[in-house]
Design a protein around this ligand. Sequence first.
Ligand code: ATP
Ligand code: MG
Length: 447
Amino acid sequence: MRLSRYYLPTLKESPAEAQIASHKLMLRAGMVRQQGAGIYAWLPFGHRLLKKIEQIVREEQDRAGAVELLMPTIQQAELWRESGRYDAYGKEMLRITDRADREMLFGPTNEEMITEIFRAGVRSYKDLPQLLYHIQWKFRDEIRPRFGVMRGREFLMKDSYSFDIDADAARRSYQRMFAAYLRTFARMGLTSIPMRADTGPIGGDLSHEFIVLAETGESAVFCDRQLLDLEVPGADLDFQGDLSPIMDRYTSYYAATEEKHDPAEFEARVIEGDRIAARGIEVGHIFFFGDKYSTPMNAVVAGPDGKDIAVQMGSYGVGVSRLAGALIEAFHDDAGCKWPISVAPYHVGVVSLKAGDEAVEAACQKAYDGLHSAGIDVLYDDTKARPGEKFARMDLIGLPFQLIIGPRGLADGKVEVKRRADGERWDMSLEQALDFISAEVKAGLAA
Ligand code: ATP
Ligand code: MG
């Protein structure tokens, strides 16, 4: 992509309405534009980030054996009356009426709808387990939308739903999602900590929140430092195998949000040097809730003896749009964003130091074409802005690599490569630079 043809409305100053780094930087780097309280338009650069996050979430769901579908944002109130949640959900639900005065709502979650879809198509225990997911916009009329996309009213969520014949099988589905979540966040460069949680309005028996540590996080968290060093399951993990050891290992360490925190237990279970009392961002939340929806909504299958059994269900959410903010909280400095390669909207920024100079333009074009054909996402700053302005903008948008090409360097057969993560710089030939960047990006994507 050529920057001269792109829409990247960057800002030099932090807008006054933003309190935390991620919100400031998302506005400054031209990623989002507010359209109402807790409602954001995703501008081209932010949209690419969102798509990269979404794709990692999708790949890990697919790997875990979940099957993607897409449910609508608008739902019928009738469905929610079946579960009893239409009245219970309260003011967070955005209620709408259509022209025929039918009561509708903008879905805050999809347990009812997926249960309806399941019961329409599955009749026998032989068709279980089922694990379905979608990635769709939700609306919750939060009392206090804040911190930009971190607590929006309209936000993008991945939500999965499992259907099993009994509680043991449901637990296995839960463990699959537990392991998939560890991998999902690790691929984004984030260390996530699963914490026992309350089940809230979703209801049920077993629940974990996945928290990433950040100073500006909304949740107070207490945990054992050793949790941060556990090895995350690799890409070769067999999701059909026994995943209970993974969950057992993680849950054997102390980890609690404020509500569940017990200072006495914390002291008894964690040696002083390993006690972490910090703040974190909830990026995922998984629930096992048995027959809470299947019984009232009559989602039953015929068991081996022919008798109907209400299925055991779980639901599993990832805050896809919240992750955009969480990633910036984790990866930024005073100058701007510092994207991990796996989620970077573009991997490389090619910076022309002299637009209009024939040799510089030819070298930039060669770099652009070479990287692009190697499958690398390139943003080419071909604008006429001053070099200082270009450098500041590149640092602000935080692409993992900058390839800086100017007339003086070219005369010596050199270009400059800068790695945004640590600021390291190298002078090398253009060919070497292309090989180096390609190798680094491929290694980053494979990690
Ligand atoms: P929270 O406790 O942060 O209000 P929740 O427990 O109500 O979230 P869930 O129903 O568990 O949320 O939703 C699954 C995931 O969706 C959460 O873990 C979070 O990452 C994300 N999420 C929930 N509410 C919002 C929101 N208002 N804005 C952005 N993301 C959200
Ligand atoms: Mg939650």
